[in-house]
Design a protein around this ligand. Structure first.
Ligand code: SAM
Length: 286
């Protein structure tokens, strides 16, 4: 099929009796240039294992299959799954493997079953993008490189620096695990149906930081707790956090003082290394 043609897409959907579901963010990428850019950025090597999240009708999948012999796709929509199986088959020997269902629930089992992919890509469904990415970080799922299309605002949050409006716990999560770089913006017209938002292509490269928290799970929970209420100071967020309920307020206060932080400081002023240091002090191991 011609993936650049809204008419072709409409015809296939109508032949298969597939109605588009807004909740699954089904905006197909009709710009071949954008798809090629994603695949180029992914820099696939022939025998590497690739994952694609939300293949839809296979616009990106087709290009990926030209470059790799080992692709696993995750799709939730039963109608699209039928089409993908018709189009690309469902045999591991052919290098195409399809995982049915909600990727938020299926990716971990697939990781256990088939190991860490070298590359992950996808024109991500808007509603689940942050859930998917936060889940990856929380579980320590760090493929060498990932390239996604996400809503522009989400890309801004992923790349925001301390002190910027968009800086949040999600920024710390993403930048702790990956070097995150916005490669380009995509106009709404790059998709069909045309969404109401601008999108960005974002590249995430796994990074090994010099500073590592002693307890990674605690560090991530602390980051969430620190940003729990944006209008509150860091100190007050920590005082009211269930995560730290066993700690005396005076101990939390002392840790902040040891770091040279003022009582009025807010989480959005701390950089990643500050959070790592704070987590180590609070977990009592520094
Ligand atoms: N890759 C195709 C393209 O660019 O033309 C389609 C991208 S579309 C933005 C998002 C795709 O993700 C849809 O195929 C949708 O059905 C699928 N999807 C949405 N939520 C999902 C979920 N939770 N798990 C797996 N797939 C999902």
């Amino acid at each position: 099929m011609n993936y650049d043609s809204p008419n072709d897409i409409k015809m296939v959907l109508s032949r298969l009796n597939i109605g588009l579901k807004k909740r699954w963010g089904q905006n197909f990428m009709i710009s071949r240039g954008a798809r090629e850019k994603i695949v180029d950025l992914l820099a696939v090597r022939q025998d590497e294992k690739i994952w694609e999240i939300g293949p839809g009708l296979g616009a990106l999948t087709e290009l990926l299959l030209d470059r790799s012999t080992c692709i696993t796709v995750f799709e939730i929509d039963a109608g699209l799954i039928r089409f993908l199986l018709e189009e690309f088959g469902d045999r591991e020997e052919s290098g195409f493997y399809l995982v049915r269902g909600d990727v938020v629930k299926t990716w971990k089992a697939e990781w256990t079953r088939s190991g860490m992919p070298a590359r992950v890509t996808g024109n991500l469904p808007y509603a689940s993008s942050s859930l998917i990415l936060a889940g990856f970080v929380e579980e320590g799922f760090f493929p060498e490189k990932m390239v996604f299309t996400v809503q522009k605002e989400l890309a801004q949050r992923m790349t925001a620096k301390p002190g910027e409006d968009n800086y949040s716990s999600f920024s710390v999560f993403c930048q702790w695990a990956f070097n995150c770089v916005v490669r380009s913006d995509l106009k709404p017209g790059s998709f069909f149906p045309v969404p109401q938002v601008t999108s960005s292509i974002i590249e995430l490269q796994s990074c090994s930081r010099e500073e590592k928290p002693l307890d990674e799970k605690f560090f991530l929970k602390l980051v969430r707790a620190s940003f729990a209420m944006r209008r509150k100071t860091l100190r007050n967020n920590l005082f009211s956090s269930p995560l730290l309920k066993k700690l005396k307020k005076s101990f939390i206060h002392d840790c902040l003082v040891r770091m040279g932080l003022k009582e009025t400081v807010r989480a959005e002023e701390l950089c990643i290394d500050d959070f790592i240091h704070l987590a180590d002090l609070l977990s009592g191991s520094a």
